[in-house]
Design a binder for this molecule. Structure first.
Ligand code: F6R
Length: 357
Protein backbone atom coordinates (compact mmCIF):
# COMPACT_ATOMS: atom_id res chain seq x y z
CA UNK A 1 0.00 0.00 0.00
CA UNK A 2 0.94 3.60 -0.63
CA UNK A 3 0.63 4.57 3.03
CA UNK A 4 1.44 8.23 3.51
CA UNK A 5 2.93 8.58 0.04
CA UNK A 6 1.14 10.56 -2.63
CA UNK A 7 2.44 8.20 -5.32
CA UNK A 8 3.80 4.68 -5.55
CA UNK A 9 6.73 5.97 -7.54
CA UNK A 10 8.05 8.05 -4.64
CA UNK A 11 7.50 5.16 -2.23
CA UNK A 12 9.40 2.84 -4.54
CA UNK A 13 12.28 5.31 -4.91
CA UNK A 14 12.52 5.41 -1.12
CA UNK A 15 12.43 1.61 -0.92
CA UNK A 16 15.67 1.30 -2.86
CA UNK A 17 18.08 1.31 0.11
CA UNK A 18 16.10 -1.37 2.00
CA UNK A 19 15.80 -3.40 -1.21
CA UNK A 20 19.61 -3.38 -1.64
CA UNK A 21 19.94 -4.55 1.99
CA UNK A 22 17.33 -7.25 1.40
CA UNK A 23 19.23 -8.48 -1.67
CA UNK A 24 22.44 -8.64 0.37
CA UNK A 25 20.54 -10.75 2.91
CA UNK A 26 18.90 -13.03 0.35
CA UNK A 27 22.16 -13.71 -1.51
CA UNK A 28 24.38 -14.17 1.59
CA UNK A 29 25.60 -17.67 2.41
CA UNK A 30 26.33 -18.92 5.93
CA UNK A 31 29.86 -17.52 5.70
CA UNK A 32 28.28 -14.11 5.02
CA UNK A 33 29.58 -14.03 1.46
CA UNK A 34 27.36 -13.05 -1.42
CA UNK A 35 26.81 -15.89 -3.84
CA UNK A 36 24.43 -17.21 -6.45
CA UNK A 37 23.01 -20.70 -6.81
CA UNK A 38 25.77 -23.22 -7.59
CA UNK A 39 23.95 -24.60 -10.66
CA UNK A 40 23.87 -21.13 -12.14
CA UNK A 41 27.53 -20.61 -11.27
CA UNK A 42 28.36 -23.86 -13.03
CA UNK A 43 26.40 -22.85 -16.12
CA UNK A 44 28.16 -19.47 -16.19
CA UNK A 45 31.60 -21.04 -15.83
CA UNK A 46 30.90 -23.07 -18.89
CA UNK A 47 30.21 -20.18 -21.30
CA UNK A 48 32.48 -18.04 -23.43
CA UNK A 49 30.12 -15.10 -23.86
CA UNK A 50 27.06 -13.63 -22.20
CA UNK A 51 24.23 -12.03 -24.16
CA UNK A 52 21.94 -9.78 -22.16
CA UNK A 53 18.46 -9.24 -23.62
CA UNK A 54 15.99 -6.70 -22.22
CA UNK A 55 13.75 -3.72 -22.92
CA UNK A 56 13.46 -0.17 -21.56
CA UNK A 57 14.76 0.35 -18.06
CA UNK A 58 15.82 -3.30 -17.81
CA UNK A 59 17.95 -2.77 -20.92
CA UNK A 60 19.53 0.25 -19.23
CA UNK A 61 20.33 -1.95 -16.21
CA UNK A 62 21.82 -4.47 -18.63
CA UNK A 63 24.30 -1.87 -19.88
CA UNK A 64 25.59 -1.48 -16.33
CA UNK A 65 25.51 -5.27 -15.90
CA UNK A 66 27.86 -5.60 -18.87
CA UNK A 67 30.30 -3.25 -17.11
CA UNK A 68 30.14 -5.37 -13.96
CA UNK A 69 30.56 -8.71 -15.73
CA UNK A 70 33.37 -7.56 -18.00
CA UNK A 71 35.28 -5.54 -15.39
CA UNK A 72 34.83 -7.88 -12.42
CA UNK A 73 34.58 -11.35 -13.99
CA UNK A 74 36.28 -10.58 -17.31
CA UNK A 75 33.73 -12.44 -19.40
CA UNK A 76 32.71 -10.94 -22.76
CA UNK A 77 29.19 -9.57 -22.53
CA UNK A 78 26.90 -7.96 -25.08
CA UNK A 79 23.59 -6.20 -24.46
CA UNK A 80 20.65 -6.16 -26.89
CA UNK A 81 17.29 -4.47 -27.08
CA UNK A 82 14.93 -7.43 -27.17
CA UNK A 83 12.73 -6.19 -30.01
CA UNK A 84 15.76 -5.74 -32.29
CA UNK A 85 17.61 -8.94 -31.49
CA UNK A 86 16.11 -11.23 -34.10
CA UNK A 87 16.67 -8.73 -36.93
CA UNK A 88 20.24 -8.01 -35.90
CA UNK A 89 21.14 -11.41 -34.54
CA UNK A 90 24.87 -11.18 -33.84
CA UNK A 91 27.31 -13.90 -34.80
CA UNK A 92 27.05 -16.01 -31.69
CA UNK A 93 30.05 -17.42 -29.88
CA UNK A 94 30.62 -21.16 -29.42
CA UNK A 95 29.09 -21.36 -25.96
CA UNK A 96 26.76 -18.45 -25.31
CA UNK A 97 24.50 -17.93 -22.33
CA UNK A 98 21.49 -15.63 -22.54
CA UNK A 99 20.43 -13.47 -19.62
CA UNK A 100 16.93 -11.99 -19.76
CA UNK A 101 16.44 -9.03 -17.47
CA UNK A 102 12.78 -8.28 -16.84
CA UNK A 103 11.06 -6.77 -13.82
CA UNK A 104 7.71 -8.31 -14.74
CA UNK A 105 9.01 -11.45 -16.43
CA UNK A 106 6.21 -10.96 -18.97
CA UNK A 107 7.69 -8.71 -21.65
CA UNK A 108 6.70 -10.22 -25.01
CA UNK A 109 9.71 -8.86 -26.90
CA UNK A 110 12.06 -10.57 -24.45
CA UNK A 111 10.02 -13.75 -24.48
CA UNK A 112 10.23 -13.93 -28.28
CA UNK A 113 14.02 -13.99 -28.02
CA UNK A 114 13.89 -16.58 -25.25
CA UNK A 115 11.79 -18.87 -27.42
CA UNK A 116 14.13 -18.33 -30.37
CA UNK A 117 17.37 -19.08 -28.50
CA UNK A 118 15.88 -22.04 -26.66
CA UNK A 119 15.05 -23.57 -30.02
CA UNK A 120 18.72 -23.17 -30.90
CA UNK A 121 19.57 -25.11 -27.74
CA UNK A 122 21.26 -22.34 -25.75
CA UNK A 123 21.27 -21.91 -21.98
CA UNK A 124 19.06 -19.20 -20.53
CA UNK A 125 18.82 -17.30 -17.24
CA UNK A 126 16.08 -14.86 -16.24
CA UNK A 127 16.63 -12.07 -13.70
CA UNK A 128 13.16 -11.00 -12.60
CA UNK A 129 11.12 -9.59 -9.75
CA UNK A 130 8.25 -12.02 -10.26
CA UNK A 131 8.67 -15.67 -9.28
CA UNK A 132 6.61 -17.91 -11.54
CA UNK A 133 6.46 -15.31 -14.33
CA UNK A 134 6.58 -16.50 -17.93
CA UNK A 135 10.26 -15.68 -18.47
CA UNK A 136 11.15 -17.32 -15.18
CA UNK A 137 9.21 -20.51 -15.97
CA UNK A 138 10.58 -20.83 -19.46
CA UNK A 139 14.27 -20.14 -18.79
CA UNK A 140 16.68 -22.76 -17.45
CA UNK A 141 17.55 -20.65 -14.42
CA UNK A 142 16.16 -17.71 -12.45
CA UNK A 143 17.64 -15.11 -10.13
CA UNK A 144 15.09 -13.06 -8.18
CA UNK A 145 15.24 -9.34 -7.46
CA UNK A 146 13.45 -9.47 -4.09
CA UNK A 147 12.35 -5.87 -4.64
CA UNK A 148 8.73 -6.39 -3.63
CA UNK A 149 5.88 -5.48 -6.00
CA UNK A 150 6.63 -2.50 -8.23
CA UNK A 151 3.32 -0.74 -8.83
CA UNK A 152 4.28 2.57 -10.50
CA UNK A 153 4.57 2.18 -14.26
CA UNK A 154 7.95 3.94 -14.24
CA UNK A 155 10.49 1.45 -12.97
CA UNK A 156 12.82 2.59 -10.19
CA UNK A 157 13.59 0.02 -7.51
CA UNK A 158 13.67 -2.80 -10.06
CA UNK A 159 16.46 -0.99 -11.94
CA UNK A 160 18.73 -0.71 -8.91
CA UNK A 161 17.81 -4.24 -7.77
CA UNK A 162 18.72 -5.59 -11.22
CA UNK A 163 22.10 -3.89 -10.99
CA UNK A 164 22.67 -5.33 -7.50
CA UNK A 165 21.90 -8.88 -8.62
CA UNK A 166 24.14 -8.44 -11.69
CA UNK A 167 26.96 -7.19 -9.43
CA UNK A 168 26.60 -10.25 -7.21
CA UNK A 169 26.57 -12.51 -10.25
CA UNK A 170 29.75 -10.85 -11.56
CA UNK A 171 31.58 -11.19 -8.25
CA UNK A 172 30.52 -14.82 -7.80
CA UNK A 173 31.66 -15.64 -11.32
CA UNK A 174 35.01 -13.91 -10.82
CA UNK A 175 35.64 -15.89 -7.64
CA UNK A 176 34.58 -19.15 -9.29
CA UNK A 177 37.05 -18.46 -12.08
CA UNK A 178 39.78 -18.02 -9.46
CA UNK A 179 40.19 -14.28 -10.04
CA UNK A 180 40.55 -12.02 -7.07
CA UNK A 181 37.94 -9.33 -6.53
CA UNK A 182 39.65 -6.19 -5.24
CA UNK A 183 36.78 -5.07 -3.00
CA UNK A 184 34.36 -6.49 -0.46
CA UNK A 185 31.07 -6.54 -2.35
CA UNK A 186 28.89 -6.91 0.76
CA UNK A 187 30.51 -3.88 2.31
CA UNK A 188 30.44 -1.82 -0.88
CA UNK A 189 26.77 -2.56 -1.55
CA UNK A 190 26.04 -1.63 2.07
CA UNK A 191 27.73 1.72 1.49
CA UNK A 192 25.71 2.11 -1.71
CA UNK A 193 22.47 1.62 0.26
CA UNK A 194 23.54 4.29 2.78
CA UNK A 195 24.45 6.74 0.02
CA UNK A 196 21.08 6.17 -1.70
CA UNK A 197 19.37 6.84 1.62
CA UNK A 198 21.23 10.13 2.04
CA UNK A 199 19.93 11.24 -1.36
CA UNK A 200 16.38 10.10 -0.60
CA UNK A 201 16.55 12.47 2.37
CA UNK A 202 17.36 15.40 0.08
CA UNK A 203 14.01 15.56 -1.67
CA UNK A 204 13.52 19.33 -1.27
CA UNK A 205 16.77 19.84 -3.12
CA UNK A 206 15.62 17.62 -6.02
CA UNK A 207 12.28 19.39 -6.09
CA UNK A 208 14.10 22.71 -6.38
CA UNK A 209 16.31 21.42 -9.18
CA UNK A 210 13.22 20.30 -11.10
CA UNK A 211 11.66 23.71 -10.60
CA UNK A 212 14.82 25.59 -11.56
CA UNK A 213 15.71 23.65 -14.68
CA UNK A 214 12.56 22.02 -15.98
CA UNK A 215 9.52 24.13 -15.10
CA UNK A 216 9.21 25.88 -18.47
CA UNK A 217 11.21 23.54 -20.70
CA UNK A 218 9.88 21.35 -23.41
CA UNK A 219 13.13 19.43 -23.73
CA UNK A 220 16.14 18.40 -21.71
CA UNK A 221 19.51 16.73 -22.35
CA UNK A 222 21.30 14.41 -19.96
CA UNK A 223 24.99 14.10 -20.68
CA UNK A 224 27.65 11.82 -19.29
CA UNK A 225 30.60 9.73 -20.34
CA UNK A 226 31.38 6.07 -19.70
CA UNK A 227 29.04 4.58 -17.13
CA UNK A 228 27.50 8.01 -16.47
CA UNK A 229 26.23 7.94 -20.03
CA UNK A 230 24.29 4.74 -19.31
CA UNK A 231 22.72 6.34 -16.25
CA UNK A 232 21.83 9.36 -18.40
CA UNK A 233 19.87 7.03 -20.69
CA UNK A 234 17.85 5.90 -17.68
CA UNK A 235 17.42 9.44 -16.34
CA UNK A 236 16.10 10.65 -19.67
CA UNK A 237 13.72 7.68 -20.00
CA UNK A 238 12.29 8.42 -16.53
CA UNK A 239 11.79 12.09 -17.35
CA UNK A 240 10.14 11.36 -20.71
CA UNK A 241 7.71 8.77 -19.53
CA UNK A 242 6.26 10.60 -16.54
CA UNK A 243 6.66 14.32 -17.32
CA UNK A 244 6.33 14.14 -21.14
CA UNK A 245 9.30 16.48 -21.45
CA UNK A 246 11.26 15.41 -24.50
CA UNK A 247 14.55 14.16 -23.11
CA UNK A 248 17.65 12.60 -24.51
CA UNK A 249 20.57 10.86 -22.81
CA UNK A 250 23.74 11.61 -24.67
CA UNK A 251 27.41 10.68 -24.59
CA UNK A 252 29.17 13.94 -23.75
CA UNK A 253 31.78 13.64 -26.46
CA UNK A 254 29.22 12.86 -29.15
CA UNK A 255 27.23 16.06 -28.58
CA UNK A 256 29.45 18.19 -30.83
CA UNK A 257 28.85 15.79 -33.72
CA UNK A 258 25.37 17.13 -34.33
CA UNK A 259 23.08 17.30 -31.33
CA UNK A 260 24.66 20.48 -29.98
CA UNK A 261 22.72 22.24 -32.76
CA UNK A 262 19.65 21.85 -30.54
CA UNK A 263 21.05 23.89 -27.67
CA UNK A 264 19.31 27.24 -27.33
CA UNK A 265 19.13 29.89 -24.70
CA UNK A 266 18.08 28.22 -21.39
CA UNK A 267 17.98 24.65 -22.75
CA UNK A 268 18.33 22.48 -19.65
CA UNK A 269 21.32 20.16 -19.50
CA UNK A 270 21.81 17.73 -16.67
CA UNK A 271 25.43 16.59 -16.61
CA UNK A 272 26.69 13.65 -14.55
CA UNK A 273 30.29 13.17 -13.52
CA UNK A 274 31.17 10.36 -11.16
CA UNK A 275 34.47 9.06 -12.57
CA UNK A 276 37.88 10.66 -12.36
CA UNK A 277 38.80 9.60 -15.89
CA UNK A 278 35.82 11.38 -17.50
CA UNK A 279 35.62 14.40 -15.23
CA UNK A 280 37.64 16.81 -17.37
CA UNK A 281 35.99 15.62 -20.58
CA UNK A 282 32.43 16.10 -19.40
CA UNK A 283 33.21 19.45 -17.82
CA UNK A 284 34.57 20.53 -21.19
CA UNK A 285 31.26 19.49 -22.76
CA UNK A 286 29.37 21.48 -20.14
CA UNK A 287 31.43 24.57 -21.06
CA UNK A 288 30.56 24.02 -24.72
CA UNK A 289 26.82 24.00 -24.02
CA UNK A 290 26.94 26.87 -21.54
CA UNK A 291 28.71 28.93 -24.24
CA UNK A 292 25.60 28.31 -26.36
CA UNK A 293 23.22 29.45 -23.66
CA UNK A 294 22.35 26.17 -21.90
CA UNK A 295 21.17 26.08 -18.31
CA UNK A 296 23.49 23.41 -16.95
CA UNK A 297 22.95 21.41 -13.77
CA UNK A 298 26.10 19.51 -12.82
CA UNK A 299 25.81 16.49 -10.57
CA UNK A 300 29.21 15.24 -9.43
CA UNK A 301 30.68 12.64 -7.13
CA UNK A 302 32.30 13.67 -3.89
CA UNK A 303 36.02 14.13 -4.54
CA UNK A 304 35.42 15.46 -8.07
CA UNK A 305 33.20 18.39 -7.14
CA UNK A 306 33.75 21.96 -8.21
CA UNK A 307 32.34 25.17 -6.86
CA UNK A 308 29.33 25.54 -9.16
CA UNK A 309 28.11 21.95 -9.05
CA UNK A 310 24.43 21.79 -8.20
CA UNK A 311 24.53 18.47 -6.36
CA UNK A 312 27.36 16.37 -4.91
CA UNK A 313 26.78 12.63 -4.51
CA UNK A 314 28.17 10.70 -1.53
CA UNK A 315 31.26 8.76 -2.52
CA UNK A 316 30.98 5.04 -3.38
CA UNK A 317 33.14 2.54 -5.28
CA UNK A 318 33.72 3.80 -8.87
CA UNK A 319 32.01 0.76 -10.39
CA UNK A 320 28.94 1.21 -8.20
CA UNK A 321 28.23 4.91 -8.83
CA UNK A 322 25.15 4.15 -11.02
CA UNK A 323 23.20 3.00 -7.96
CA UNK A 324 23.72 6.41 -6.43
CA UNK A 325 23.68 8.73 -9.45
CA UNK A 326 20.33 7.41 -10.69
CA UNK A 327 18.50 8.38 -7.49
CA UNK A 328 18.57 12.17 -8.06
CA UNK A 329 17.56 11.61 -11.69
CA UNK A 330 14.54 9.55 -10.57
CA UNK A 331 13.58 12.22 -8.04
CA UNK A 332 14.08 15.09 -10.48
CA UNK A 333 11.82 13.29 -12.98
CA UNK A 334 9.26 12.70 -10.25
CA UNK A 335 9.13 16.34 -9.17
CA UNK A 336 9.16 17.66 -12.73
CA UNK A 337 6.09 15.49 -13.45
CA UNK A 338 4.41 16.52 -10.21
CA UNK A 339 4.97 20.20 -10.92
CA UNK A 340 3.25 19.66 -14.26
CA UNK A 341 0.33 17.87 -12.68
CA UNK A 342 0.99 14.63 -14.56
CA UNK A 343 -0.50 11.27 -13.63
CA UNK A 344 2.77 9.97 -12.22
CA UNK A 345 1.92 6.36 -11.40
CA UNK A 346 -0.03 5.82 -14.63
CA UNK A 347 1.50 7.91 -17.38
CA UNK A 348 -0.44 8.23 -20.62
CA UNK A 349 0.03 5.57 -23.30
CA UNK A 350 2.01 3.24 -21.06
CA UNK A 351 1.32 -0.12 -19.43
CA UNK A 352 3.28 -1.74 -16.62
CA UNK A 353 4.07 -4.83 -18.60
CA UNK A 354 4.17 -4.87 -22.35
CA UNK A 355 2.78 -8.21 -23.43
CA UNK A 356 2.60 -7.55 -27.16
CA UNK A 357 5.53 -7.58 -29.59
C1 F6R B 1 10.43 2.22 -17.77
C2 F6R B 1 9.69 0.97 -17.86
C3 F6R B 1 9.82 0.14 -19.09
C4 F6R B 1 10.17 -1.30 -18.70
C5 F6R B 1 10.19 -2.20 -19.94
C6 F6R B 1 10.65 -3.61 -19.60
O1 F6R B 1 10.24 2.86 -16.55
O2 F6R B 1 9.03 0.61 -16.93
O3 F6R B 1 10.78 0.66 -19.95
O4 F6R B 1 11.42 -1.29 -18.08
O5 F6R B 1 8.91 -2.25 -20.51
O6 F6R B 1 9.82 -4.20 -18.64
P1 F6R B 1 10.26 -5.49 -17.87
O7 F6R B 1 11.45 -5.14 -17.04
O8 F6R B 1 9.08 -5.88 -17.03
O9 F6R B 1 10.62 -6.53 -18.90
Amino acid sequence: EKGTYEHYMLKEIDEQPPVIRKIIQEYSNDKNELEIDSDIRQALLDVDRIYIIAAGTSYNAGLIGKEFIEKIARVHTEVFVASEFSYNMPLLSQKPLFIFISQSGETADSRAVLVQVKELGYKTLTITNVPGSTLSREADYTLLLHAGPEIAVASTKAYTAQMAVLAILAVDLARAKGSSVPFDVTQELGLVANAMETLCNEKEEMEQIAEEYLSVSRNCFFIGRAVDYYVCLEGSLKLKEISYIQAEGFAGGELKHGTIALIENRTPIIALTTQQHVNLGIRGNVQEVIARGANACIISMEGLEQINDRLVLPHVLDLFTPFVSVVPLQLIAYYAARQRGCDIDKPRNLAKSVTVE
